[in-house]
Design a protein around this ligand. Structure first.
Ligand code: KG4
Ligand code: ZN
Length: 335
């Protein structure tokens, strides 16, 4: 069963062809990072225009690289939300046009669920999940827009355990990156700077929100802002501050995820979303988990369409089909 996935929820225009929900035949991502870098964040109007320009060549490239014909496809899968309305509209409308023109079924995909299904894609990287995962699984979704702990009881069967009350983890990385004068996006920049830093040099707060599986990162961000703005932090302390910030985020994410996995008897922990590319997070989770920890290779952690096609495969099997009235859902939740 071969599915073409399309993803345009934020600032990556992506198309991918995946066989049987697991084998990647092609995975094309046109990033707009350079376009948005000078604004220090995603500029929605520019994002949708860039999607319009890139979407057709990106889909053509995905089909060419996969060496499949349109007749070989079983279905199309497209991200309908959550995300930026103008960006989502580009992918959804192109997918509807293609489905109508090629006579293919169209499967609507939730971007958060797609991130989680990146773990089902075949990979030989360290940390890759085996094909025969058994439920229940504890999933940590950490991206630029979301920080959520979810118990996965089966395909499409989720129990929401907790999430951020303010900033998403990736958002905190991006904001702190900007405060420290590091290049956008802040996540990878902070990880790089932290490598040469000593986290013990600064004491930063952790919001534990005892008795819940919820998170809060805005206090941590404010603490960094006070340090940077109140006194001149000499440039040589930037790596230390980056390391202390990263350590604080990782500490809270790992502690809560491991506790939830234990409390719910999860057989394994799955990481997903852009922040799960962070090596400090991966290492700390593995060290403290008590159960196996799996995560996609970095290229499949950040936004891509292979994960949309993988998720689409399981949704297709469950009977999910979009009608011609399919609309975008910018505020869609996983549960
Ligand atoms: O999943 P994603 O590509 O887009 C969303 O759906 O939000 O995640 C992007 C987020 C950004 O906030 C970025 O700074 C963060 O993931 N990120 C990282 C790393 N790589 C990307 N955060 C920490 N460490 C990284 N290595
Ligand atoms: Zn994402």
């Amino acid at each position: 069963m071969i599915i073409l996935g399309i993803e345009t929820s934020c600032d990556e225009t992506a198309a991918a062809v995946v066989a049987d929900g697991r084998r990647i035949l092609s995975n094309v991502v046109a990033s707009q990072v350079d376009l948005h870098a000078r604004y220090g964040g995603v500029f929605p109007e520019l994002a949708s225009r860039a999607h319009i320009e890139a979407i057709v060549p990106v889909i053509r490239e995905a089909m060419a690289q996969a060496r499949v014909a349109w007749e070989d496809l079983t279905a199309l899968a497209v991200t309908v939300g959550p995300g930026l309305v103008g960006s989502l509209l580009v992918g959804v409308n192109v997918a509807k046009g293609l489905a109508l023109g090629r006579g293919l079924p169209l499967v609507p995909v939730n971007h958060l669920e797609a991130h989680l299904y990146a773990n089902w894609l075949e990979s030989t990287d360290e940390g890759a999940a085996p094909p025969d995962l058994s439920f229940p699984l504890l999933v940590l979704i950490v991206s630029g827009g979301h920080t959520e702990l979810v118990l996965m009881r089966g395909h499409g069967d989720y129990l929401y355990l907790g999430g951020t009350l303010d900033d998403a983890a990736g958002e905190a990385f991006d904001k702190v990156g900007r405060l420290l004068g590091l290049p956008y996006p802040g996540g990878p920049s902070i990880e790089r700077a932290a490598q040469s830093g000593n986290p013990a040099h600064f004491r930063l707060p952790r919001a534990w929100l005892e008795g819940t599986y919820d998170f809060s990162f805005s206090g941590l961000k404010t603490a960094v802002a006070r340090l940077v703005q109140g006194q001149e932090i000499p440039p040589r302390f930037i790596p230390d501050l980056a390391a202390a910030f990263q350590e604080a985020v990782v500490d809270v994410l790992v502690t809560k995820t491991v506790a939830a996995a234990r409390d719910y008897g999860a057989t394994a922990i799955l990481l997903s979303g852009g922040v799960s590319a962070n090596r400090a997070l991966r290492a700390a989770m593995r060290e403290r988990s008590g159960v196996p920890v799996y995560y996609p290779p970095p290229i499949l952690c950040t936004d891509n369409a292979a994960m949309v096609a993988a998720c689409g495969y399981f949704r297709y099997q469950a009977g999910a089909r979009a009608g011609w009235d399919l609309d975008v859902s910018p505020d869609l939740r996983l549960i």
